[in-house]
Design a binder for this molecule. Sequence first.
Ligand SMILES: Nc1ncnc2c1ncn2[C@@H]1O[C@H](COP(=O)(O)OP(=O)(O)OP(=O)(O)O)[C@@H](O)[C@H]1O
Length: 476
Amino acid sequence: MTMPAQTDGNAPAGDPGGEVLLKVTGLQKHFPIKKGLLQRQVGAVHAVDGLDFEVRAGETLGVVGESGCGKSTMGRLITRLLEPTGGTIEFEGKDITHLGVADMRPMRRDVQMIFQDPYSSLNPRHTIGTIVGAPFKLQGVVPEGGIKKEVQRLLSVVGLNPEHYNRYPHEFSGGQRQRIGIARALALNPKLVVADEPVSALDVSIQAQVVNLLDDLQEELGLTYVIIAHDLSVVRHVSDRIAVMYLGKIVELADRDALYKAPMHPYTKALMSAVPIPDPKRRGAKSERILLKGDVPSPISPPSGCRFHTRCWKATEICRTTEPPLLELKPGQRVACHHPENFEDQAPQDTVLLTAAKEASELLGEAALEKSAETSAAVAAEVSGETPEPAGTPEITKTAKAPVTAEAESAEAGETGEAPETDVTPEADAAEEPAASAEAEAGKPAGTAEAGAAEPEAPEGTGKAPGKAPGKASDK
Ligand SMILES: Nc1ncnc2c1ncn2[C@@H]1O[C@H](COP(=O)(O)OP(=O)(O)OP(=O)(O)O)[C@@H](O)[C@H]1O
């Protein structure tokens, strides 16, 4: 998906691209956990915990991460289907963070959402004409030539037969239903479309058709997308830039090519290593797949410092105590890590690995460790102007395999957990994917054991968005 030429000086340093359409600063969503007769708040699910990013006109921002890392919550926050707990959301320079229903109405035309499940997001009792035409009625807009004509035009834009105006959703296949959802989202000619797992409920053979449709529509209509997906190959195909989320935070945000070529956050590297490469030449080649130890920690009490330190093979004391800020270490590539991959170490004095890191590094292939040490040494040498040392030099080896001090070990006790080793694969994520209808999502309980006892906060504003409400609100 191509981006238009830069239109103003609004784009952040190092990032090529157009005018900033959406700007998110310190965005937070904490779902309260209430207990007892008096419904006292006893804690909170830190679903989204301080996001900073911007989306520029005409681009596609892909958002990836394991299940439960807060991707969908982020999508519902930026479309204002959920009320943020903290931070700000600016759309076209206007602060929309806490706009009321009436003030949000004009903005609803500009920001639309496409949901994951084309089966539950369309009202089975309404014809597709009614479903796709609902946003016009809700917004009081009468298109030229009337609603019916416009709906038929939209149906043909998304590749459906306009003659099927009077048919019901059950008469369509999954891919066709997703096209109906797309037509509904496009009805009011939005500027920003947030698509939450738009193809993950579809057969693989149909996924490419829908992805290509989104691609074509972007070019034709100049749309801007935020596409949330756990499938890295889909994200790679559609995105200009990619944000990698882990436990409510963005750990890396970079141009697609830079991210796939040289990921800087160890978590990104682990995710990327799980993407199968359909290259027959590499058949039989030694796998560099990175296995991550344990499950994602609970978002109710996320780990201190860097949230990934309990599973990271590079974690040292500073990772446990100090949260790394999201910094632009390379032009257009922001990363939140003290010991980034493919870059100079940000905390070289901190060399003693935590116990969890030692265990995690044992899961890594020697090849991956050596390569990591090699690139870090090369970048460090480049920065200091010295000749790089070969891979596996004493210093790097010492860092990776250093014995853990008693203090470090006791300090981190209880944080590493005994969770079984898990393999981070897109397939594994897919198996856990819940339905994404507005109602289903709204009432979705936290996915952790602890959160099971929680009473989810009722989502604010649900059913108010034209793209969502028409099908959804009338569904029940
Ligand atoms: N309404 C709610 N009440 C309480 N907790 C919630 C609510 N909605 C989401 N959560 C919790 O917030 C965290 C982030 O959820 P979210 O659905 O945003 O993650 P995700 O990355 O989109 O995952 P998935 O890909 O499985 O949808 C999870 O721990 C989830 O259980």
